[in-house]
Design a protein around this ligand. Sequence first.
Ligand code: GLU
Length: 418
Amino acid sequence: VPSAYEIAQCQFKIASERLDLSEEACEVLSEPMFECTVRVPVRMDDGNTKVFTGFRVQHNSARGPCKGGLRFHPEDDLETTRALAAWMTWKTAVVGIPLGGGKGGMRVNTKELSDAEKERLCRGYMRAVGRVLGPEIDVPAPDVYTTAQMMGWMVDEYEAQIGRREPGVITGKPVGIGGSKGRSIATALGAVFAIREAAKDIGVDLKGAKVAIQGYGNGGSNAHCLLQSMMDCKVVALSDSSGAIYNGDGIDYDKAYPHKQETGKLDGLEGTDTMSNEELLELDVDILIPAALSGVLTEENANKVKANLVAEIANGPTTPEADDILHENGVYVIPDLLCNAGGVTVSYFEMIQNACHDRWSEDQVRERLDTVMTEAYRELHSRVQKDKVNPRMAAFLIALERVFAACRERGWISSGDA
Ligand code: GLU
């Protein structure tokens, strides 16, 4: 299976060739403008110090300050962070918000840490990278295995360093210290809006539509909740890192979520059968939602996908080979660059509120998110039809054009080409 970095590079190459971008432009756009690796000593509960490795990558800031989450994962590395940072540059361009792309992370298994150790880790990370962050420079947020509470510790550490309040340095904070209402469900809500629009175009009736969701973190679990409550979908399969569960009559969010909270896994939920993550991807459902990690739909299994619609809540779940197969088989893929952009869009709303000392109601957030997602989806879909390309390619074409234009307007790329 190709790595996130290989997937991102390959996608960029295909799209840049189609746009006939110059070598100079590709050189500017394909690699990050800034990256750093930090070693963070953390005092563990047993009194010993352990050193953790962390990263922050700023891919491109031509359209605005870099923006993107922090991932805490045992396999995290600089290359993965680079790929995820580049995807943020393209993602913010696809939904047209004035931000660039960044990403960060730490190589750590948070499941092995106590809350106090997690807090010291977060504060240590902020001490190490704070100097390259700021509301007009680069703004982190939650991602895989990071939470609102962690963002709270980090903003506190940053503000202690600079000696004043600066809530806009990080988003996805708890609401009481400058977080935005609606941010915690934003990634899933944005995906639901995109699914609603795509379902109209490809003729899927969402009421009673069968859904399988791979991954039960922030994106996957909230998608379960919202698809059930807002769209009347029937979510028949769920999974987390411990395996998948299935019930053809539907799995109730109000049973699954508390079970996951209490036991730490989905496995063992009453009234469900167990299956593997692999089997879940190949289920006979209307909508398949990869909401975990990258590289899960590959040339090995793409032919076995029976869903009509794939909605990518994860970053980079589909390899370029799988993309071609799915497209040939008539599966409509709502690409991550659009489908999961609700998170960063409400992060952008949070930055606006922080800059203006304002606070918006949840309805206001939902309404504006709907507008951003629906308009971006419509633009993407007309590009699909106009250029006769798959939705991923359309997303890349839109993104590369916008970022390319901004780089040229800044004089980073000469104006003779493309
Ligand atoms: N981590 C999320 C993403 O991959 C959100 C980023 C943000 O809010 O800045 O899009």
